[in-house]
Design a protein around this ligand. Structure first.
Ligand code: ATP
Length: 258
């Protein structure tokens, strides 16, 4: 199947019920970040996080989503993964979508590492036999050894990320959704994690990644969608830099996450 995503007059609006009229007035006057704040029929403030988006993403596209704080990048990623539905308009997605957003969410702290691998597989809709096939590979990748038999609440934050990263990247996806490049673990683990992530990205037909890092967008994307106050203000190819300025390796965030 050919993977594709198309948005038609797509809106995501958040009604805010507890806000006061006084703070709304201040917010409207001070809009350098965020979506546009308006009012609904009941006079409640409404943040329009995504405002009438129209785009087509096709097989082979590597999309870099860029824009100021609150421009709508995370909201769009969440719509693409099905966490949010459009409040108006339509989104058509063809292909299996996998998300690397919030990789540690859904972990059961009282369950062991092995049990969490199993649980996450079930939640992703995998059959038990398929999960069993993957458990050994995931366990080996984490290098957590006997810790996988202990409750996850006993792990350090870096150990937990090793586990959730290994689980989240043990997927087959036509469409991969990411918020910044994931960098996990200590120095020795980080290199093999980067390779695993790159292999996953290379296998996906479509990548959509939000980032504030221009070098990252430049090194892995072929197209850039720029958002401003919930609207697409530019949809353009990412132009390769002159050879002498090209980064030697895939850009990494300045600081590892853990
Ligand atoms: N659950 C929510 N309830 C109300 N407003 C929200 C909610 N989620 C996002 N918003 C609003 O939607 C707009 C877009 O937010 P979003 O998180 O998508 O921005 P972003 O581009 O990812 O920002 P950043 O670069 O800071 O991560 C902002 O004005 C934000 O206040």
């Amino acid at each position: 199947m050919t993977a594709s995503i198309s948005a038609h007059n797509l809106f995501v609006e958040f009604p805010i019920f507890e806000n006061s009229h006084r703070s709304l007035k201040k917010a409207v006057l001070n809009l350098s970040t965020g979506g546009v704040i308006g009012k609904d029929a009941g006079n409640h403030p409404v943040v329009t996080a995504l405002n009438d988006l129209n785009f087509e993403i096709r097989d082979g596209d590597r999309i870099g989503l860029v824009g100021h704080n609150g421009s709508g990048k995370t909201t769009l990623l969440r719509v693409l993964t099905g966490i949010y539905s459009p409040t108006r308009g339509r989104l058509d997605v063809q292909g299996r979508t996998a998300s690397l957003l919030e990789v540690s969410s859904g972990v059961d702290p009282d369950a062991t590492g092995f049990e969490n691998i199993y649980l996450r597989g079930i939640m992703s809709g995998l059959k038990p036999a398929r999960i069993k096939e993957r458990i050994d590979e995931i366990a080996e990748f984490t290098e957590l050894g006997d810790y996988l038999n202990l409750p996850v609440r006993t792990y350090s934050s870096g150990m937990l990320l090793r586990l959730t990263f290994a689980i989240s990247t043990s997927i087959d996806a036509d469409i991969l959704i990411m918020d910044e490049w994931l960098s996990v673990g200590d120095a020795s683990f980080r290199d093999k994690a980067a390779k695993r992530l790159k292999d996953l990205v290379d296998k996906a037909s479509i990548l959509v990644i939000a980032s504030h890092n221009p070098e990252l967008i430049q090194s892995i994307c072929n197209r850039k969608l720029q958002l401003e106050h919930g609207r697409i203000i530019a949809d353009e190819p990412v132009v390769a830099p002159p050879p002498e300025a090209a980064p030697a390796e895939l850009a990494q965030p300045a600081e590892p996450v853990v």
